[in-house]
Write a protein that binds this ligand. Structure first.
Ligand code: DO4
Ligand code: MG
Length: 290
């Protein structure tokens, strides 16, 4: 099932995207189907009841032809955590940019993964919304990442696409600048939908593609398969949960392996398109922040 939020006639509805149609569950019952959170409350986190509740709701729901522009961020206000250096390509890119040699080699090989708090729920954008490049960075990139939505027990609720925008010059200057390289206004995007695990039985075997367009011309494209990831999703979730407090929903970005060449920087006016097999397409225009 693909859960989403979308602009309906006069409000934002929660619903399901299926076979080219958007089913408006909120219109069926605006308490139970207010959003994914209220549905999760209703079924007390029981996954098969969640699917049953949604498919029963779909039978009574009004449906509208799918329109990408109507989609909104699928879960609002959730914390975002991100894993780093989970692919060999990321390790190589960071080792070559940093003055602190050996740091990323260590993290790639270590038992403990790199996990950082990317957003507390106030900087993230949804499909079609503008994402930012820091005004004080001259080398910034998008990072296309398979993103897991988990609950307070770190159980997988679904999968989506994430963009962990990063300033590589700030990150490369000193590893202690990581939060500034990674956390700023409009520094991430997630969406377009939350795909439940029954539709993605093998999340570590998905093709990820990224295209960057400038003045409608393709200036970069790359791809990777999540099978290249060194860590497993359960391993990352175990570390995320350990001695931590999680909200009802948290996004976990699982790391990047698509790295544009070192002379490439994202610019205001660019368009970033990220596609993940079985999930869909996340498109965001870029603005240069002041
Ligand atoms: O340590 C830097 C962050 C790495 C990262 O975000 C990634 O590998 O995706
Ligand atoms: Mg990343």
């Amino acid at each position: 099932m693909k859960f989403c939020r979308f602009q309906s006639s006069n409000d934002i509805s929660f619903g399901v995207l299926d076979d080219g149609w958007l089913y408006d569950l909120t219109g069926v019952d605006n308490q139970i189907f207010k959003d994914l959170n209220s549905m999760y409350d209703k079924v007390q986190g029981d996954y098969s009841s969640l699917l049953k509740l949604a498919s029963d709701g779909m039978k009574a729901a009004r449906k509208f032809p799918f329109n990408y522009d109507s989609l909104r961020i699928p879960v609002k206000g959730a914390e975002i955590w991100a894993a780093g250096v989970t692919y060999l390509r990321s390790r190589q890119a960071r080792e070559s940019e940093t003055k602190t040699k050996g740091l990323y080699d260590y993290v790639y090989e270590a038992a403990r993964p790199e996990l950082f708090l990317k957003d507390t729920g106030i900087r993230c954008k949804g499909p079609g919304e503008e994402v930012g490049v820091r005004g004080d960075s001259n080398w910034s990139v998008p990072e296309p990442e398979l993103t897991v939505l988990c609950d307070e027990e770190a159980r997988v609720v679904g999968y989506t696409i994430g963009n962990d925008l990063s300033s590589r010059d700030i990150e490369g200057q000193n590893p202690l600048y990581l939060p500034q390289a990674k956390v700023y206004r409009a520094s991430s995007a997630v969406g377009p939908v939350i795909v439940t695990p029954d539709e993605i039985p093998s999340p570590q075997s998905l093709e990820i593609k990224m295209r960057i367009k400038r003045n409608k011309t393709l200036v970069f494209e790359g791809s990777v398969n999540t099978s290249q990831m060194k860590r497993s999703i359960p391993e990352l979730l175990t570390y995320l949960k350990r001695d931590n407090v999680l909200n009802r929903f948290t996004f976990l970005m699982t790391g990047t392996s698509i790295v544009p060449p070192d002379d490439f920087t994202l610019q205001g006016g660019d368009l970033v398109e990220i596609e993940i097999e079985k999930i869909g397409l996340l498109t965001n225009p870029v603005i240069k922040l002041s």
